[in-house]
Design a protein around this ligand. Structure first.
Ligand code: XMP
Length: 517
């Protein structure tokens, strides 16, 4: 275990990921955690992240210098580097020369940390203060035009640091530097693999649920819930029931694919609830996006609760501790909401099916320590089909928020056809993994004039919205090759009767959002 101490950097998550990419398990802890508590977890090494403050600022987050003398190897990055310098008697000063973004670094003596790294290379910097003198016992390894001490190490004591951000993509040789610290200075074993995660999680789930408990999972068709369910299935077999609510707003073939491939690859007990009519009835006459979302959310809970009462009801009535709810919560969600280890209880409102009012669910969240890309690897490890593992994110309200205007069965069918063509062509071009999401939006309330054969047509436009992104918080429009766009356009207008115009959305987020509603 390597602990990444978070000093308020947006980089802490990235650092934890890079450590895992080096096949060493890592977790993020807040800088407010007492050093004794960190050490009690017996980490093989501790990494101090960057942070927004100056070490001299009034409220600058700090760390007890005991962290440097406990015998556990420590690596400081950026702000963490300055904390280490200052904490051990070096000098940090506001040199007045700030460095932001790409910076050339000159390696003097590579030592262990910068061994085999080119003497001149480019790194990503973001700092105002600089280390002007290394603490006693440290070797200075590199400098920049304005920073005399840009990297140092004391291999004997297992301490090292760099002024730059080795974790970001723009830093050359960042991963090599990180691995030199982990392997050559901290002597971590590079043994953490996806197989370990699967075995470890399966053991943990068994421990949590015990010999008799029953669990339920709402499958959405997306990768997170599918992988979470597959792990729990492996742990407790048919004591898990998966519920998939078909709200009629899914894309072409999606429900059938879940029924077929998910069950075939996991052996899970899957109940598909056909609730299309219920959802479409509730959506009739509604075109406001938020209103649609509310209705879909409300109906979903109703349907799921009814299914749940059916599955868990009899056992609950016998007073067993049965109610485990499986969720595909990921590590970024846990970290962002300030949560730590442990499971939380949520209370479910039961207005159906005669369950006790105060029935509490215990959450089972086997992906709580994983990043999205790791979840995909676990999914592959569990034998889930590529269509599920590599599926693009898809919003809960489904195609309901990709029809601008009222949602009807007929409009859904039109959109499903157009969407299927766009997805097929993207896959054929081998671009699935380069694109974050590829919504196709039907402008159902807009009509456009066209000509097909010798006939005037009066149909609807669709909007293609391919985007690239890392986390959906920001996004850019994807520059799809013209020939791919051309094939999509030709096929949609030829094959989907009601559509006579195909447009491409070239708005980034912000100011646009990914979805149109
Ligand atoms: P926007 O459109 O806000 O979308 O840029 C960001 C990400 O969230 C998804 N999204 C939703 N997911 N329920 C969901 O479960 C929703 O109501 C919803 N709205 C947007 C969207 O697909 C994108 O990945």
């Amino acid at each position: 275990l390597v602990l990444v101490v978070d000093f308020g950097a947006q980089y802490a998550q990235l650092i934890a990921r890079r450590v895992r990419e080096a096949r060493v398990y890592s977790e993020i802890v807040p800088h407010t955690m007492p050093v004794s508590e960190m050490l009690a977890r017996r980490p093989k090494a501790i990494i101090l992240s960057g942070g927004p403050s100056s070490v001299y600022a009034e409220s600058a987050p700090s760390i007890d210098t005991a962290v440097f003398t406990a015998g556990t190897p420590v690596f400081g990055m950026c702000y963490g580097f300055q904390l280490m310098a200052r904490g051990l008697g070096g000098e940090v000063s506001p040199t007045g020369a700030r460095e932001y973004g790409r910076t050339a670094v000159t390696v003097g003596r590579g030592g262990t940390l910068l061994r085999d790294v080119p003497l001149e290379h480019t790194v990503w910097m973001s700092h105002g203060d600089s280390v002007t003198a290394a603490p006693a016992g440290f070797d200075v390894l590199a400098s920049t035009a304005t920073t005399p001490v840009a990297a140092f190490e004391d291999v004997e004591r297992g301490l090292a640091g760099v002024q730059w951000h080795p974790e970001v993509l723009h830093t050359e040789h960042g991963q090599a530097v990180l691995e030199h610290f982990l392997v050559d200075i901290a002597h971590c074993r590079q043994s953490w693999t996806m197989v370990n995660i699967v075995d470890e999680q399966v053991d943990r789930i068994r421990e949590q649920i015990g010999e008799r408990g029953q669990a339920i999972c709402a499958l959405s068709g997306g990768v997170d819930s599918a992988v979470a369910a597959a792990l729990v299935q492996r742990a407790i077999g048919d004591r898990l029931t998966c519920v998939y609510v078909d709200h009629g707003l899914m894309r072409k073939g999606e429900t059938e694919q879940i029924e077929r491939d998910f069950v075939a690859s996991t052996g899970a007990d899957l109940r598909v609830v056909d609730a299309e009519k219920q959802f479409l009835d509730a959506l009739a006459g509604v075109s406001d996006p938020e209103e649609k979302r509310k209705i879909i959310g409300r109906e979903f809970i109703r349907v799921f609760e009814a299914a749940e009462a059916e599955v868990l009801g009899p056992a609950a009535a016998e007073g067993e501790k049965v109610a485990f709810l499986v969720q595909g919560t990921l590590y970024p969600d846990v970290v962002e909401s300030g949560g730590g280890a442990g499971t939380s209880n949520i209370k479910s409102h039961h207005n159906v099916g005669g369950l006790p009012d105060d029935l509490e669910f215990e959450l089972v969240e086997p992906l709580r320590t994983l990043f999205k890309d790791e979840v995909r690897l676990v999914g592959e490890q569990l034998g889930l089909p590529a269509e599920i593992v590599w599926r693009h994110p898809f919003p809960g309200p489904g195609l309901g928020i990709r029809i601008v205007g009222e949602v009807t069965r007929e409009r859904l069918d039109i959109l499903r056809e157009a969407d299927a063509i766009a997805r097929e062509e993207l896959t054929r071009a081998g671009l699935d993994r380069d694109i974050w999401q590829f919504p196709v939006v039907l402008l159902a309330d807009v009509r456009s004039v066209g000509v097909q054969g010798d006939h005037r047509t009066y149909g609807h436009p669709v909007v293609l919205r391919p985007v690239t992104s890392e986390d959906a918080m920001t996004a850019d429009w994807a520059r799809l090759p013209y020939d791919v766009l051309e094939r999509i356009s030709t096929r949609i207008t030829n094959e989907v009767g009601e559509i006579n115009r195909v447009t491409v959305d070239i708005t980034s987020k912000p100011p646009g959002t990914i979805e149109w509603e």
